[in-house]
Design a protein around this ligand. Structure first.
Ligand SMILES: *Cc1c(COP(=O)(O)O)cnc(C)c1O
Length: 221
């Protein structure tokens, strides 16, 4: 059995310093998260609102990222403290995040989730949808949110070529969007892609944020 601290150290040898490591702590205990913090890890990712708020109350000094599908009616619970929302996938959700950010007198960083995998899922924008969203005058009017980049989840497969081409496609879309919509905004700079099984490919393809759970904390029950 390796320890959480040893796992983090091992992963850090593969993650360049400019790539941000998000430790995905969903289902894991406060004690396990504290162990990671003692090893110098301070960014954590959660995918359930209730679990995130409970953990934030215990560990307010960590940086909390919401990486799951977020329901509009739950934005208010995380708006006071969340560092970044990785998987926004509708204008309606972005509008609510903006509203709650204003109420809390803060800015909330968001990534737009793009559907890149072969699996069917309701979550994430298609390429066409994201361009339509970025052209929408409603989006331009939203206050107190910063669109910081894109997020994607590759197909769950052993085939590294499939994964690589999905990440490469996302990186290329990121470049196109950056050039067309955010040429002078330095905050549009993040590409959240890569998990335990595919983060090295993601980094080779230009990831700036890897979301790693089981390789740090062990398999989830
Ligand atoms: C659970 C999860 C991860 C981490 O997955 P591992 O395979 O355990 O590294 C990353 N991203 C999202 C969106 C997740 O839900």
């Amino acid at each position: 059995m390796t320890s959480i601290a040893q796992n983090i150290k091992e992963i850090q040898t593969f993650v360049p310093p400019e790539v941000k490591l998000i430790a995905v702590s969903k289902t894991k205990s406060i004690a396990e998260i504290k162990e990671a913090m003692q090893a110098g890890q301070y960014r954590f990712g959660e995918n359930k609102v209730q679990e995130l708020t409970a953990k934030y109350e215990h560990l307010p000094d960590a940086q909390w990222h919401f990486i799951g599908h977020l329901q509009t009616n739950k934005v208010k619970y995380i708006a006071p403290f969340v560092q970044m929302i990785h998987a926004t996938d509708s204008l309606r959700l972005l509008e609510e995040i903006s509203r709650q950010a204003i109420r809390n007198n803060r800015f909330i960083d968001c990534l737009l989730q793009v559907h890149i995998a072969l699996e069917e899922t309701k979550f994430g924008f298609s390429r066409e949808e994201i361009l339509r969203l970025l052209d929408s005058p409603v989006l331009q009017e939203l206050k107190n949110i910063r669109i910081c980049g894109l997020m994607g989840i590759a197909t769950n497969t052993e085939n590294k070529d499939t994964i690589r081409s999905e990440f490469r496609g996302l990186a290329s879309l990121f470049g196109h969007i950056k050039e067309k919509y955010f040429p002078s905004e330095t905050s549009f700079s993040e590409l959240s892609m890569g998990m335990s099984d595919d983060y090295s490919v993601a980094i080779e393809e230009g990831s700036t944020m890897v979301r790693i759970g089981s390789s740090i904390f062990g398999v989830r029950k």
